[in-house]
Write a protein that binds this ligand. Structure first.
Ligand code: GDP
Ligand code: IMO
Ligand code: MG
Length: 432
């Protein structure tokens, strides 16, 4: 048996897409288990760039079966568009299956996402505006519409009428907005239902059979551990389980079926949206990292907040994910004379290396830095660890030591081949 979860260790955009693409060449199943099209995963293969939002990155391996499982929320318009875009580029979608339990992001979810954010004023989360929070809220309230409802022509009209009455009341009476038209939505979603039917499957049973047959399964997380609804920096989080445990909650696969957890971290830190970020840089250095790393969101185009590597946060993430190893990406971006790593926080005059999840405490955390000499040269053409400049290797080893977790690979550019394997054994997730 050899199954692996790839998970983000920071606040998303750690280059999970790139690492998943690298590993999925050998996978037999690729599985998206959480989040929705708030995700934006970029993969560069040769001259081609692909941006994934709802579909697993591993679909680029034509032999892999791609699954979208129970923990995901799906915007059917985005899904259809992404499928069409892939087909136009010669990527067949024959092997995609979607769980009937997946909740649908309905038009009112997107509207309510915007209305709730506007209502919160200074307390805004800075969401992606894709309707994620309201959709998961309805799932927890047990009034969500699932794929099973959309593909059932008898259930859809009844369930839609019921939930739309409530949603229109909230939109018009609480927010003073315009109501949605029942007939229009019914027609549109009946159409989606027909188109979806061939993709719907019992993905939990498929995965049970796959694990029983010792198939190679790659679980790809969206977002990052610090955006997890339970273990992240609440309330500045997303609404799903973005840590490795989400791979079991969101699929129906039991935890004992997971063999490896590979955490993905940037060589520095970024965050999009609101919420505390202890190592955020507000000076020129922040701009240098943003420009070197092209740190603008794949989904919303927003400039990302940038800062030094935060080892307190990465160590916490390795812990809550149970990482077996870490891939450190965008190492090439730190092409500068001096580099800092945050090793501890000072909170109310006390030093700590424990990551506080209470937002008020995290907001007070002042980073304590260790300064290292940088390698100050371009490493994007290097393909082996021993050829990296000594100062670069020293940085990687110091990050490893502070995280308390082995580093399996580093990435020195966006392309598939700009990857350096450090420890093949840690990465041999599909060899046995
Ligand atoms: P994800 O959401 O974790 O999949 O990450 P994103 O795709 O949102 O953001 C990562 C960005 O960094 C993408 O534009 C990638 O193409 C790019 N990228 C990935 N690895 C590297 C790397 O090692 N160096 C550089 N310079 N860019 C990288
Ligand atoms: P990938 O998979 C970075 C952030 C948003 C916001 C918060 C809540 O590409 O790493 P939501 O729309 O989910 O309700 O927004 O979470 N966020 C992400 N940040 N990468 C992502 O995904 C994100 N998905 C959500 O910016 O702060
Ligand atoms: Mg992203």
């Amino acid at each position: 048996m050899s199954n692996v979860v790839v998970v983000g260790l920071q606040w998303g955009d750690e280059a999970k897409g790139k690492v998943v693409d690298f590993l999925s060449q050998d996978a037999e199943y690729v599985v998206r288990f959480n989040g929705g099209n708030n995700a934006g995963h970029t993969v560069v293969v040769g001259k081609d760039t692909y941006k994934f939002h709802a579909i697993p990155v591993g679909v680029l391996n034509p032999d892999a079966i791609a699954l979208i499982t129970d923990g995901v929320v799906l915007d059917l318009g985005v899904f259809a568009e992404e499928l069409r875009g892939l087909r136009e580029r010669g990527i067949t979608a024959d092997k995609i299956k979607v769980s009937g339990n997946v909740h649908i992001i309905m038009p009112w979810h997107k509207r309510l996402d915007a209305l709730e954010e506007a209502y919160k004023k200074d307390g805004k989360v800075g969401t992606t505006g894709r309707g994620i929070g309201p959709c998961y809220a309805d799932k927890a309230s047990r009034i969500g519409l699932r794929i099973y409802d959309i593909i059932d022509p008898e259930a859809l009209p009844v369930k839609l009428r019921e939930v739309l009455r409530l949603k229109n009341d909230i939109i018009t009476k609480v927010y003073g907005g315009e109501p949605f038209d029942y007939d229009e939505i019914l027609e549109q979603y009946t159409g989606y239902g027909k188109a979806l039917r061939p993709y719907v499957a019992d993905t939990a049973t498929m995965l049970f059979e796959a694990t029983s047959d010792c198939r190679k399964i790659l679980f790809e997380a969206a977002q990052g551990a610090l955006l997890d609804i339970d273990q992240g920096t609440y309330p500045f989080v997303t609404s799903s389980h973005s840590i490795s445990g989400g791979a079991t909650l969101g699929t129906g696969v039991g935890p004992t079926a997971i063999d490896y957890v590979i955490g993905v971290a940037k060589a520095y830190t970024t965050r999009v949206g609101a919420g505390p970020m202890p190592t955020e840089l507000f000076d020129d250095m922040g701009d240098v990292i943003r420009e070197n790393g092209h740190e603008y969101g794949t989904t919303t185009g927003r400039p990302r907040r940038c800062g030094w590597f935060d080892a307190v946060c990465a160590r916490y993430s390795c812990r809550i994910n149970g990482c077996t190893s870490v891939a450190v990406c965008l190492l090439d971006v730190l092409n500068m004379p001096r580099i800092k790593i945050c090793t501890k926080y000072e909170i109310d005059g006390r030093l700590t290396d424990v990551f506080p999840t209470k937002p008020e405490l995290l907001a007070k955390a002042r980073p304590v830095y260790e300064e290292l000499e940088g390698w100050n040269c371009d490493v994007s053409g290097i393909r082996s660890f021993r050829e990296l400049p000594e100062k670069c290797r020293a940085y990687v080893r110091r990050v490893e030591e502070l995280m308390g977790c082995r580093i399996c690979m580093v990435s020195v550019g966006p392309k598939r081949d700009q990857s350096i394997i450090i420890d093949r054994e840690l990465l041999s997730v599909f060899d046995n």
